[in-house]
Write a protein that binds this ligand. Structure first.
Ligand SMILES: Cc1ncc(COP(=O)(O)O)c(C=O)c1O
Length: 416
């Protein structure tokens, strides 16, 4: 007898109370780190204490001279662009498919974001980058979407050939590698979010990495005025005179967030290794099912598995709409299954269609519409997202896989 789908009153496959996925892992060590920090300091004005410790950890891990912690990934990205001294009329080539904060800080610099389409894997297409280069192009920013590294070799070559700045938004990709080199260490500057969902987190926070002194000093001036600027910008530097006020923003990370991230960092590589094993199993089990295509991992990369993004293939299930497939899985108890919304092709957002009410100087300069980026849009519309669990003993992974098997075996019932 056929197994009745839960959406039609059958037994749920994942019959376990939520949460089905807990992130970040808050251990006794995390709690100790927070208590210790409470005793030490809850506001740090310069590069000292836990701020210094965590920044040095980032510098060492990524082989970068400077690491600057910020209160969010968005602030780190903002600092990266202001650090690069972008000017009005400069153009930055950006992925059309990313979380909007990869690009939105550009609106505060005067530089114009030029969106380009993705490859089939959702990451920015090197060919599409090349097509948009002109005399105003100043740089390229890439996002390693969902933890899958971009194809950095051709992108680095383009940046070199055309003398462009290369920026990385590595917010999904802490510890990911491309040809054995850590992602986030390719660019002139890179930025990471340390927000709670991220693979390395302090709850909220961000970090900017660079070897470039000028980017670093200007980033300091953007959000780390007075003590820290005086401590780090050489007195003879032409911008030292601004040390007291900086540019007037305050973007410092909270020391407790830094303490949490510092403690989580020590576990990063172990967690990544566990995730990779579990993702491998998910890719084999789910990727073999009709209607599902698992993420393809080229030999050259080691992803973080920040998320497991499948592509839904309705043509393999007689055209069953993704909504019905998704609803059936939710009914089976797969509460962690998601169809991403705010992370989407940026041309879907009013801000990128007509920003004039918020950023009047961008009127006519940024005017994208739905349909502009067919590959990114297809990738997004067909995306089904699962977390990648990191505990090898977590049996829930198997229950989620069983749910997918059940729904694909019984998809014909959903067509009726
Ligand atoms: C790719 C990407 N960039 C930037 C950000 C912004 O980071 P934050 O939320 O820490 O400001 C996010 C957050 O989700 C992100 O996914």
């Amino acid at each position: 007898m056929k197994n009745k789908l839960a959406i039609f009153g059958g037994k749920r496959t994942v019959d376990i109370d939520e949460p089905h996925y807990v992130w970040p892992p808050i251990t006794e060590k995390t709690k100790e780190a927070v208590l210790k920090q409470l005793d030490e300091s809850i506001s740090i004005y310069d590069k000292s204490g836990i701020i210094d410790k965590l920044e040095n950890k980032f510098s060492d891990y990524y082989g970068k001279k400077h690491a600057l912690l910020t209160n969010s990934g968005t602030s780190a990205i903002h600092s990266m662009y202001v650090g690069a001294d972008l000017k009005p009329n400069d153009e930055i080539i950006c992925p059309a498919y990313t979380f909007f904060a990869t690009v939105t800080p550009l609106f505060f610099t005067g530089a114009t974001p030029i969106l380009v389409d993705s490859n089939e894997d959702g990451n920015i297409s090197p060919e599409a980058i090349k097509e948009k280069i002109n005399k105003n192009t100043k740089g390229i920013v890439v996002t390693h979407m969902w933890g899958m590294p971009c194809d950095m070799a051709p992108i680095q070559k383009i940046a070199k050939d055309y003398d462009l700045l290369l920026f990385e938004d590595a917010s999904h990709a802490h510890g990911a590698k491309y040809r054995s080199k850590t992602v986030g260490s390719f660019g002139d500057a890179s930025a990471f979010s340390l927000q709670a969902q991220k693979t390395l987190t302090g709850g909220e926070g961000g970090v900017l990495l660079t070897n470039n002194e000028n980017i670093y000093y200007r980033a300091l001036l953007l959000g780390h005025y007075n003590k820290r600027c005086k401590q780090e910008i050489p007195k003879e530097h032409p911008l030292y005179k601004f040390a007291v006020t900086g540019m007037g923003l305050k973007l410092r990370i909270h020391p407790i967030a830094a303490a949490i991230a510092n403690e989580q960092f020590d576990d990063l590589d172990r967690i990544l290794a566990n995730r990779r094993n579990i993702a491998k199993k998910m890719a084999i089990e789910l990727g073999n099912l009709p209607g599902i295509s698992a993420p393809v991992v080229p030999d050259r990369v080691e992803p973080t598995w920040y998320a497991f993004i499948m592509q839904y293939k309705p043509e393999e299930l007689e055209g069953l709409p993704i909504e019905k497939f998704y609803d059936a899985l939710i009914a089976e108890g797969c509460k962690e299954l998601d169809r991403p919304t705010s992370t989407c092709p940026l041309n879907y957002h009013p801000l990128f269609q007509n920003p004039k009410n918020l950023f009047p100087t961008y009127k006519g300069k940024v005017k994208y519409c739905k349909g502009d980026f067919p590959k990114a849009e297809k990738f997004h519309e067909n995306s089904l997202k699962l977390p990648v669990w990191h505990d090898p003993n977590d049996e829930i992974v198997d229950l989620y896989i069983d749910s997918f098997k059940k729904v694909t075996e019984n998809y014909e019932d959903l067509l009726k």
